[in-house]
Design a protein. Structure first.
Length: 186
C-alpha cells in the first residue's frame, strides 16, 4: 500500500529510509539540476577532492534541461530527462552525500545498489508534464557551468513538487514490480 509524504530538502537518511517504491512524495525546498555533461564535471571535482558548486549533503538532483522562461517566469518547461545517461555518475554522487535523484526511466543495478548502500532514492517525475512541473518552480538560478546552456547546474526553489519513488533504500524497483503485477503469464 503506497503512502503520500511531504518532505523538505535537504533530505536525511531518516527521510529516505521511510520511503517505499510506489510512494508519492511532494518535495519542497531546493533541487539542483544536472544532466550528463554537468555530472561528468561534478564527479571529476569529487575525484580530485575539490569543492563542488553546491553542498551535496542531502541534496536532490533533478535530471532536467529546462526551456527558457517566458517574461516574468523563473523557468520554462522543466520535464525530466532520461536517467540512464547519469547511471555511471550517480553512485559517486550518492556516496558523497546526495540523497535523491529525479528523472524518468529505469536505472542500472549499480545505481539501485548505491541507493541501498547510501540511503538514496530515485524518484520519477512525469514525462510530458514539463510545462506543469515548471509552474511549481518558484525560482531558478544558474550556479555553475553557464556555458552548458539548458544543461547548466541550477538551484531551483520548489513547492510541492510531485514525484514517485521508483527505487528505494530496500532494493525495490517500481518498474519491476509493475511488470510482475501486470504482465500476462502463460
Amino acid at each position: 500500500m503506497s503512502k503520500t509524504y511531504h518532505l523538505t530538502t535537504p533530505l536525511s537518511s531518516e527521510d529516505t529510509r521511510q520511503l517505499v517504491a510506489g510512494d508519492t512524495v511532494y518535495l519542497t525546498g531546493v533541487l539542483y539540476t544536472a544532466r550528463d555533461a554537468a555530472h561528468k564535471r561534478l564527479v571529476a571535482l569529487i575525484e580530485k577532492g575539490e569543492a563542488l558548486p553546491f553542498d551535496l549533503e542531502g541534496s536532490v538532483i533533478y535530471f532536467v534541461g529546462p526551456t527558457p522562461p517566458k517574461p516574468g517566469d523563473p523557468i520554462g518547461s522543466a520535464g525530466p530527462t532520461t536517467s540512464y545517461r547519469m547511471d555511471s555518475f550517480s553512485p559517486t554522487m550518492l556516496k558523497n552525500g546526495s540523497k535523491g535523484m529525479i528523472g524518468k526511466g529505469k536505472r542500472n543495478q549499480a545505481v539501485k545498489d548505491a541507493c541501498m548502500e547510501y540511503n538514496g532514492i530515485y524518484f520519477g517525475a512525469t514525462g510530458g508534464a514539463g510545462a506543469l512541473l515548471g509552474k511549481l518552480i518558484k525560482s531558478a538560478e544558474v550556479i555553475a557551468y553557464p556555458e552548458l546552456g539548458p544543461e547548466a547546474v541550477r538551484k531551483l526553489e520548489v513547492v510541492d513538487f510531485p514525484v514517485t519513488v521508483i527505487n528505494d533504500t530496500k532494493g525495490n524497483d517500481l518498474y519491476q514490480q509493475g511488470r510482475e503485477q501486470y504482465e500476462i503469464k502463460d
